[in-house]
Write a protein that binds this ligand. Sequence first.
Ligand code: 5GP
Length: 203
Amino acid sequence: MKINPNYQHKLILFCGPSGSGKTTIVHHLLKKFPMMRFSVSATTRPKRENETDGIDYHFLSPEEFRAKIANNEFLEWEEVYKDRYYGSLKSEVDRILNEGNIALFDIDVVGGLNIRKNYGRQLLDVFVMPPSVDELHKRLVARATEDEESLRKRLDKAEEEMHAAFQFNHVIVNIDLQKAIQEAEDKVLAFLEEEFPEPDEAE
Ligand code: 5GP
């Protein structure tokens, strides 16, 4: 794999509705690119059976999450609905970049657009689009991780998020997962090879 050694201080953002396939794509990229590290978000949602605290998320109580907000520990955070928080921790990103690795985010659209404001060309932003809301519905039902109410909220949020796709520099429509993964890999590789000015040379 030919990658410009100047990849340091780069960040990659994958956004898109829940069920769009972005998490699968992100997991694939983490295996493929050894210098990539997942920015583990904090959340107050309950842990799913297949998840591990500290690996998939830092699972916190709403009180713990609010204490971190008060302490200015987040790069961005959101309260999606009452007491259901998600946020990207500054400490995660600082650690990853200081170790000379690439930070990879899997977050929602609002969070993604907020993060993007803080970075210029050092960040690659990709929106993963499901083929349709119907297909998204089918995928979420098949995944069977959500109850009726959470499913409905996710679908409402997904419809809203799909309108934001045009705000991203890169969009991948996930019709065929293997093709979407390949497209993601190509975009990442091109981005990692790209030279960009050192922070103090940038205008
Ligand atoms: P899930 O509950 O399915 O893991 O995630 C629900 C949504 O929250 C997904 O779209 C996921 O990408 C997003 N999310 C995960 N971590 C963060 C974060 O740190 N900040 C924001 N804004 N959204 C997040």
